[in-house]
Design a binder for this molecule. Structure first.
Ligand code: NAD
Length: 291
């Protein structure tokens, strides 16, 4: 591979959890050969189930081509392995989607650096760690950046591309191009920013909505109605929280300031303790028809 005319063609995904399985599948669906790595063969068995569910989801949601066998064909382009050196031996690009934990990421990048070809680009899907928190462990800061997907990649198809001061601009361009080649809309960040673009916009909105509820100003339905009518958005902030999942909303709010913690307690008492976890379970701030 040369980084000026780059077509990144051999892709390895580290981690086959919620996001890793989606990234691997979407990449294979777009015609690429993919190697998906996870730590044990038992976890890879789970990954097979996740990938089968994605075939079903792409078909059920009428993703273009899914009804014509494209989803099943994508599966045949994904090779699963629990051997890291084997996973990366031919990779042009490694996309890391392992747990959001600095120790685990450090350890994995150090091992990865030792076994990867010199030309291989590394991209992290980390949501909260900045790539500059990780770059020194990669052994190749010029070939390292963040490529951040959103859950349900086939629908929420933003891919935020964020380098560090050390990232080679040609590497950055190659990854932007790759994101487009797998059906994502590349969102180009010119500098590092915690929360990227999407969460820099979304988190303050959700916090403002939860403050309105905690302060007794307005009920969720009124807040959401205001936002929908006032901006033309399809969803209000409490609807978005139901989609994100109230466990995640609770986890994030309970580590923030006093008012956010009060909101976390409200979410726990009125929703989580009653099994109302959001849209996925049929009930959260709103109730949803059975699927
Ligand atoms: P997850 O827990 O569902 O999956 C993580 C996977 O990594 C597991 O399959 C695990 O077995 C594997 N793994 C690989 N190497 C490992 C190691 N050394 N130790 C432990 N596990 C290892 O996590 P996820 O939700 O897919 O998140 C992965 C990354 O993607 C995180 O950095 C997260 O911030 C980011 N992300 C997640 C979402 C989301 O909505 N879940 C959205 C955007 C970005």
């Amino acid at each position: 591979m040369s980084t000026d005319s780059t077509r990144l063609s051999r892709i390895t995904v580290l981690g086959t959890g919620v996001l890793g399985s989606q990234i691997a599948f979407q990449t294979a669906y777009s015609g690429f050969d993919v190697v998906a790595y996870d730590i044990t063969d038992e976890v890879l068995d789970t990954a097979r189930g996740r990938l089968d569910s994605l075939v079903a989801a792409y078909r059920a949601e009428n993703v273009a081509g899914a009804a014509d066998g494209k989803a099943e064909a994508a599966l045949t382009r994904i090779r699963l392995t629990s051997d890291l050196a084997d996973a990366v031996k031919d990779a042009d690009l490694v996309i890391e989607a392992i747990p959001e934990n600095l120790d685990i990421k450090r350890d994995t990048y150090q091992k990865l650096a030792a076994v990867s070809p010199a030309h291989t680009i590394f991209a992290t899907n980390s949501s909260t760690l900045l790539p500059s928190d990780l770059k020194e462990f990669t052994g190749r800061p010029a070939k390292f950046l963040a490529l951040h997907f959103a859950n349900h990649v086939w629908v929420n198809n933003t891919a935020e591309v964020m380098g560090t001061e050390s990232t080679d601009p040609a590497v950055y361009r190659a990854v932007v191009e790759f994101a487009g080649n797998i059906g994502m809309v590349p969102i180009e960040l010119k500098k590092e920013k915690a929360g990227y673009v999407l969460n820099s916009l979304l988190v303050p909105l959700l916090n403002a909505a939860s403050d309105l509820l905690v302060d007794g100003i307005a009920e969720p339905e009124m807040v959401d109605r205001t936002w929908r009518i006032g901006t033309g958005s399809p969803f209000g902030p409490f609807q978005i929280m139901d989609i994100v999942g109230l466990t995640t909303v609770y986890n994030i709010s309970s580590t923030a300031g006093p008012k956010q913690r009060a909101f976390a307690e409200l979410v726990k008492k009125h929703y989580l303790d009653h099994g109302k976890l959001g849209a996925a379970t049929g009930e959260g701030f709103y109730t949803y028809p059975a699927k």
